[in-house]
Write a protein that binds this ligand. Sequence first.
Ligand code: 2NL
Length: 345
Amino acid sequence: MNSLIELLAKHKAEVSAAVVNDAASLEQFRIQYLGTKGLVKSLMGEMKNVLPEDKKEAGRLLNEFKLFVENQFQLLLEQYGSESNSKGSKSDDIDLSLPGVELPLGSRHPISIIRDRMVEIFERLGFRVAEGPEIEDDWHNFTALNLPEHHPARDMQDTFYISQQPDWLLRTHTSSVQIREMQKGQLPLRIICPGRVYRNETISARAHCFFHQVEGLYIAENVSFADLKQTLYHFVKEMFGEQAKIRFRPSYFPFTEPSAEMDISCLICEGKGCSVCKRTGWVEILGCGMVHPQVLENCGIDSTKYSGFAFGMGIERITMLMYQVKDLRLFSENDVRFLKQFTLA
Ligand code: 2NL
């Protein structure tokens, strides 16, 4: 065994001292030490003559030697070798001034881009993202929100019900997430709820059976309509620019009182009147209001102590406005000619 150790030490010294200074001498090194008739192979061949009790240790020593030579070869390869070198061509055959191979860049979906911008604005105001199930029960989607039994939204024609489980449906808005958060009873509550929602619509350029919403909710003591207006005004300026104006029009939702719809001055014509704003100078972007006291009570919140505001907007609608997309079906067709236009967005 000692003679093997000595022999390997001698070979190690020899390998370390081998003179390699170009591709040809590197190839010589490879043949001499690692080739099929090279030193490593021939030493391995000697294993059959080793005494049985020495085999284990001899195997370990030989393996270690093999790794040493392979390592040495790798180091030399990095210095003197390359694929083209080993095939016999010279390194200056490579034209480093040629343009590189272009990697196609993927792009984010426009709906995701706009959703994230909306969410980030509200996060900076202290809102946190809340999520919930897309398959909901009737109570969280309708009853808790004061939607009366014969409200058209509850109609079989307008909502996807699950036939084996008639109490279940595909949520028609993300308000159901807010209902679930209110039920948890942790107040004050300041949440933003982005997500996919479903309605049984005939598919056209302006409507689809699924789309995306961002809803927001703020519940605390003494929350007023002034808080709602200022929060949404801040959002609009961050989202659409400092020059954007807003206006509120009275409206009606069963879950808010009072309720309003909010318009922004048209981004395209800056309020002068164009086809996007139908010559009115204004475009509707969201619905909002003060949470109806009955909705608070439905979720176990004392409506004499707490008040809050809520709002909801469609992401498709705002994305169409921002990028002047004329047909909302483009968002779900996965046509790369459409999607790759957002590579730099
Ligand atoms: C629209 C209108 C709105 C809400 C959504 C809401 C949620 C709860 C309680 C009260 Cl839990 N309100 N959400 C309020 C007003 C309007 O959405 O046109 N969305 C596209």
